[in-house]
Design a protein around this ligand. Structure first.
Ligand code: URA
Length: 247
């Protein structure tokens, strides 16, 4: 047991599980685990190394990590530093602590983008083996036929290989909702182009469990603890170095 760490009930209280007293009860009821073992009262934890879960759900305990959700407007570049001096997504959110975008949206794509200093979360969200869903609304030229939609669903041949199965529904004549779990460069645009319906406007509307219909282009907010937790669950556990589960 780590004698130098922070008291578990204090960490849980800071994360919003209730007063320290309530958190002590959670521990006493056996609902809290540390590194997979049921925690006992008096337990201390290392916020950088230990895995804490409440009722089996992993809890991110590092206080230094920030997670922002941005509704990226068009014309803003998804990079930490643009040599050509164009506006970048990191300029929209607080500069301290330094954060990085999770994956990228094209300059002309709008919608939800995560920015964080949580490198492990970034890795998990962007690595195809974790298969986190990304949902887009794509306005396209013309009206895709049923066959075109079926082709998008089943996979289209792109110059870097066929795409995986996707969920595709027609919202309107020229508006498709497309859900993919890969993250290839300009993938949605290339998929639509491949079936003869180039994209005229592309908006990302969901990243795994994260949605926000009220955030306007150019606005950002911090993710709630529940949202961070839901992302951690979506990528298979609390952010740490357990890459071994997904080689
Ligand atoms: N697919 C694209 O074509 N562009 C994006 O920005 C994201 C997904």
């Amino acid at each position: 047991m780590n004698a130098d760490g922070e008291r578990l009930q204090k960490v849980l209280a800071r994360l919003g599980f209730g007063s320290r007293r309530v958190c002590e009860e959670l521990i006493a009821e056996g609902r809290v685990t540390v590194n997979g073992d049921v925690a006992v009262l008096g337990r201390r934890v290392d916020v950088d190394g230990d895995d804490v879960a409440v009722d089996g759900a992993p809890v991110g305990i590092r206080p230094d990590l920030v997670h922002y959700l941005l509704n990226k407007p068009t014309g803003v570049i998804t990079t930490a530093d643009d040599p050509q001096g164009r506006p970048t997504v990191v300029e929209i959110v607080p500069s301290e602590p330094r954060v990085f975008p999770v994956g990228r949206l094209d300059a002309d794509t709008e919608g939800l983008l995560l920015l964080t200093n949580d490198g492990d979360m970034t890795h998990r969200l962007t690595h195809p083996s974790f298969g986190v869903e990304k949902e887009y609304l794509a306005s396209v030229e013309g009206t895709p036929s049923r066959a075109a939609i079926r082709q998008l669903r089943e996979g289209v041949e792109l110059d870097d290989g066929p795409t995986a199965k996707a969920r595709v529904t027609a919202v309107d004549d020229s508006l498709l909702r497309i859900t993919i779990h890969e993250g290839r460069n300009r993938q949605v645009r290339r998929m639509c182009e491949a079936v003869g319906h180039p994209v005229t406007r592309l908006v990302r509307t969901r990243i795994g469990p994260i949605v926000d219909r009220r955030l306007k282009p150019g606005e950002w907010r911090a993710l709630s603890r529940d949202e961070v937790r839901s992302l951690e669950i979506a990528v298979g556990g609390q952010s740490d170095q357990r890459y071994d589960r997904h080689p």
